[in-house]
Design a protein around this ligand. Structure first.
Ligand code: SAM
Length: 309
């Protein structure tokens, strides 16, 4: 990205290069370019201008803010971001779309393209504080999980995802949608579901409903301060959902604390000791535990691990 001089900041976006609201115009453009839509990349353009505005508004950026856009496609939201004064870093995998985006926005000083698979390119891509994406359904949860587990935190992320995934992310303890992903997300972000969007708002029409989602980095916790074993513990306790906490925790102790060395009596003792110290009933299932219980358990286990090593 070039330095943010006044000239860069006040460069207006190019004229809107395409009618992003019209499936017919999009199809004609793709045909003329010799391009097609690829299912394997989860390509469904958001053709509803209201839905795009909801996402862009929810990001609450000011001119000059740096935004990662994941999967810009032909640039419908890229253009909206440039119009709002953002410095855009766009991650796109499709070579045909990369050519089009370069043609549309490549000379704009607030636009930068990162070609390739975002799952591979993001670790070396910089520190921008905002993220926006009508995320390809093929990688949505994997990418968000990778950001959190890789300690790559954004001040705010606004994304479009499958409706059921949004419900899982914001689910409360005890509900059927509550999962390790819910704990992971709420440990780091305040999760705010936005509008549900019908399939007819996309081209081509997907088979599932979608929903917008806003994730604000929590200011009441330091996401880097969680005990080392917190995230692996959460995953392991939910690994066999129908098994008790004692059962899953025992397996975690064997693999993570004792690293396969040690007797089953030792593993059993550590499991019972940790549960007792945290006041957690081992006969319940992981879905009964709130975030604080997972954190407490991970902290006690770290403590025991230090002594055991
Ligand atoms: N932003 C556009 C819109 O809203 O109309 C397109 C969104 S479409 C759902 C998802 C986009 O992500 C496509 O452009 C697709 O090529 C791109 N994509 C899919 N997998 C990707 C990956 N692994 N890395 C980068 N981009 C990817």
């Amino acid at each position: 990205m070039p330095p943010l001089t006044d000239e860069v900041l006040y460069t207006p976006p190019p004229p809107r290069p395409l009618n992003y609201d019209s499936p017919r115009a999009l199809k004609a453009f793709l045909d003329a370019q010799g391009l097609g839509m690829r299912k394997k990349f989860g390509q469904n353009f958001l053709i509803n201008p209201e839905a795009r505005k909801i996402l862009l508004d929810a990001l609450e950026i000011r001119p000059g803010d740096g935004v990662w856009e994941i999967g810009p496609g032909l640039g419908a939201m890229t253009w909206g971001l440039l119009e709002r004064g953002a410095q855009v870093k766009a991650f796109e995998i499709d070579p045909g779309f990369i050519r089009v985006l370069t043609d549309f926005f490549g000379r704009h000083p607030r636009f930068c393209l990162v070609p390739g698979d975002v799952l591979k390119t993001w670790p070396h891509a910089g520190e921008e504080r905002y993220m926006l994406g009508n995320l390809p359904y093929t990688i949505g949860s994997r990418l968000l999980g990778a950001f959190i587990e890789g300690n790559r935190f954004f001040t705010r992320m606004v994304v479009m995802l499958q409706r059921e995934l949004v419900q899982r992310m914001g689910a409360r303890p005890g509900s059927k949608d509550y999962s390790s992903f819910s704990v992971l997300c709420t440990s780091t972000y305040t999760v705010k579901p936005l509008k549900i969007v019908k399939g007819s708002s996309f081209y081509p029409v997907p088979h599932v409903d979608s929903q917008g989602l806003r994730l604000d980095l929590r200011t009441d916790v330091d996401p880097c301060s969680y005990p080392l074993g917190f995230r692996p513990l959460v995953r392991r306790l939910f690994a066999s959902r129908r098994k008790t906490i004692t059962h899953n925790l025992y397996n975690f102790v064997v693999s993570y604390i004792l690293k396969g060395v040690g007797t089953s009596a030792e593993a059993g003792y550590i499991t019972e000791e940790a549960l007792e110290r945290c006041g957690i009933p081992g006969n319940k299932r992981a879905e009964a535990l709130g975030l604080e219980a997972f954190v407490a358990l991970a902290a006690v286990l770290e403590d025991i691990k230090k002594i055991t090593r």
